[in-house]
Design a protein around this ligand. Sequence first.
Ligand SMILES: Nc1nc2c(ncn2[C@@H]2O[C@H](COP(=O)(O)OP(=O)(O)OP(=O)(O)O)[C@@H](O)[C@H]2O)c(=O)[nH]1
Ligand SMILES: [Mg+2]
Length: 266
Amino acid sequence: MTVFGSGDLPPARKEWRGPADESRLIAAEPVSLRLVPPCESGGFIYQFQPLSSMRNPSRRILIPATGAAASRYRAVHFFNSVNTLPQLPPDTGQEVAFAGRSNAGKSSALNVLTGQRGLARVGKTPGRTQLLNFFAVEPDRYLVDLPGYGYAQVPDAIRRHWQALLERYLRERAALRGLLLLMDIRHPLTALDRQLLDCCAARGLPAHILLTKADKLSRGKALTALQQLRRTLRADFPPVSVQLFSALTGHGVDEAHARLDLWLGY
Ligand SMILES: Nc1nc2c(ncn2[C@@H]2O[C@H](COP(=O)(O)OP(=O)(O)OP(=O)(O)O)[C@@H](O)[C@H]2O)c(=O)[nH]1
Ligand SMILES: [Mg+2]
């Protein structure tokens, strides 16, 4: 696999554990390269970033896993943005919505799952996603990036509008096959997350939690957080599943792809 351009790779040499015979890394500028754990599909995720981007995370580049799911989701493209119910695409297909608190990492997850850094808008300021953004995997199959909830700075009128839009979308949308609920691993299962899971339970909508920003904790602490949440879910929301996820390292991408495949009927 040829990754990129040519040049000086001191940090990459230390960390490069890919199949040297198949791989050639050429860089226009010095890069740091990291191999994220092998994927179930047999592919590898290489995290690869110019050293100049270390202080500027928005310039990070993730080369996603190979495999059927990875190439399927790499073809995802923007379809439309919806601010009122009549703008929704026809309710005939299959779709998965990405929900969660503002700043939980929904747009970042969408980008890493599709291997497209700039597909959904990521922001340092919460409240970045303000519409229901539809991304097409193929005609009639969508991933939907929802506005985040729980962000105090949003004016009341706008918040009420989103709430009403989201509630009706979640309650009535027949094409909606599952909800990916994203939670920052350091602040899991807030009152609003619980309300959303109640809403899923009320209509029998499957939900799967991505505990995002897992890279912010040590491996041991991340696993403890995962087990604790599993225990709580078993008691309060038994059908809901959960996994670790990091948009920064690509951790959990394969497991999340498998979930999308299941709900989208692949
Ligand atoms: N370290 C780390 N940072 C992350 C991760 N995912 C997201 N972020 C950062 O968290 C911030 C918010 O990410 P977004 O993807 O915009 O979050 P969002 O849930 O879409 O936010 P809204 O659109 O405001 O609801 C950005 O600064 C991201 O770079 C992750 O897995 N690890
Ligand atoms: Mg967003």
